[in-house]
Design a protein around this ligand. Structure first.
Ligand code: SF4
Length: 459
């Protein structure tokens, strides 16, 4: 709608374009978010077609890369849904947050058909794992069945990675195993304390159920399971954070010492997600908030130490305690992994050194904070290089988070074919455009999606 207007040199203003914030003559306007699509099928999220097409069109590969090191490890992801049926307290993608930030009142899933098309396209250019973001079970049983049946009919070559938000029974893993040659699981457990999990809302089942679920995954051919714990969640004390590692030991034992499970701890950092229940009602959910407005976040981002960047503390831990719990539990986890032969000695030693160095840097940064501005700048630049280097993979080994990839890319003819196909489509589009036939997606607004504009004052 915006492009159409700009193209027509329409000067009537933009008040009729939903979801747009705009400025005219130093007045700024906010058009309410009234366009909330109830299907994700008209969007490509992410737009792999566009990216591959632009690589061939502009002969520029580097600008299109999604992250550093992608060529060595070309992971891909598909956004399976927008919105969430859950309402985890700390999540900016929760039910409440979606409603507040995006006016989305209910979850919408990408259709199984479009997901299968996405996967078919991805495996034409890479053999790396495809991460399905969000739990596909939110779409319901029929949705999952249709998707898995479609996958089973494909000649799937890539590993598929699934995220789980809650307990899954044995049948689910059986069907994953039947539908594809290789799959992995991502599980953010957050805490080993059942009460904390229940309170926060993520994986609110018992620890016995968590272990049972992991045993099912292993029984049914799962290639890798990543288990994440977190520090900085409500009601979590230092002792509770340390108990996370004890739970890793229990899981390891109960799962026959499987090397397919990888364990991680990470802080909820640096910010509480705006829109999350905890951000909107910090006192109710056990938080003290330090950052309220955008400017507060901008200021916090300038802090050299992540401790001072943290935008919150909890009812059970100060910022110092969150940092200490993070590093101490990471050290304990590192020992557990080494003792149980999950990581090699060189990885163990490297991780330990990095954690110890990080703790030392934080102490140095606290001292630097007290120096006069000139001296502070000098000292900061001295340790910047070291901090950057150490912080890169400070609390787990560099390769622990990666899925095993035997072959990175599809073969050259397949890549060339897909590039040419997209390039030709693009050339046809350009020619049509030159003759005034603009081939642009049309957004159809219902009456209730029409825009309501508000003037928000003068800049
Ligand atoms: S953490 Fe996951 S399950 Fe919980 S609200 Fe956020 S997206 Fe949903």
């Amino acid at each position: 709608m915006l492009l159409n207007k700009l193209e027509k040199k329409d000067v009537s203003g933009f008040a009729d374009i939903p979801n747009l914030t705009w400025k005219r003559n130093n007045h700024y306007f906010y058009n309410e978010i009234t366009y909330v699509p109830d299907s994700l099928d008209e969007f490509n999220l992410p737009g792999y077609r566009y990216i591959i097409g632009s690589v061939f069109k502009y002969f520029n590969l580097l600008d299109a890369l999604p992250y550093k090191g992608w060529l060595q490890y070309p992971n891909t992801a598909i956004l399976t849904s927008k919105g969430c049926n859950y309402n985890c307290l700390i999540c900016g993608g929760s039910k409440d947050a979606y409603e507040l930030n995006c006016n989305r009142k209910k979850l919408v899933m990408r259709s199984p058909q479009r997901m299968l098309e996405d996967i078919a396209l991805i495996q034409r250019f890479t053999r790396a794992p495809i991460f399905l973001l969000n739990d596909i079970r939110q779409g319901g049983k029929e949705y999952v069945d249709e998707f898995l049946e479609g996958l089973a009919k494909m000649k799937l070559k890539n590993e598929i990675v699934f995220e789980l938000f809650n307990y899954a029974d044995e049948k689910f893993f059986e069907s994953l195993n039947k539908a594809m040659p290789k799959y992995s699981i991502e599980l953010t457990l957050e805490s080993a304390d059942e009460d904390i999990r229940k309170y926060n809302g993520k994986l609110p089942c018992t620890n016995a159920k968590v272990i049972e679920m992991l045993q099912f995954t292993l029984k049914h051919g799962c290639a890798k399971i990543d288990l994440f714990f977190m520090t900085g969640i409500p009601n979590q004390t230092y002792e509770s954070a340390m108990r996370n590692v004890d739970f890793c030991e229990i899981i390891h034992k109960e799962c026959d010492g499987s090397s397919l499970i990888s364990y991680f701890v990470a802080p909820l950092s640096p910010f509480l997600d705006p829109g999350s229940p905890a951000f909107e009602n910090p006192e109710t959910y056990g938080y003290k908030k330090f950052c309220h407005k955008l400017e507060d976040f901008r200021e916090a981002m300038k802090q050299p130490s992540w401790k001072n960047m943290l935008s919150y503390e909890t009812n059970s831990m100060t910022r110092e305690e969150i940092v200490k719990a993070t590093y101490d539990s990471a050290l304990k986890l590192n020992e557990f992994k080494y003792k149980n032969h999950i990581i090699a000695k060189d990885v163990h030693d490297e991780v330990r050194l990095k954690i110890e160095k990080s703790v030392e840097f934080l102490a140095r940064l606290d001292v630097i904070e007290t120096l006069p501005p000139d001296e502070k700048q000098v000292e900061l630049s001295i340790i910047k290089y070291e901090v950057d280097h150490i912080n890169r993979h400070s609390i787990c080994g560099e390769n622990e988070l990666k899925w095993e990839v035997k072959k990175l890319f599809a073969n050259i003819p397949s890549l060339t074919y897909i590039g040419l196909e997209l390039l030709i489509k693009d050339i046809i589009k350009d020619i049509k455009c030159k003759f005034g036939k603009i081939d642009r997606n049309t957004v159809m607004l219902t009456k209730s999606q029409g825009s309501k504009s508000k003037s928000k004052g003068v800049l």
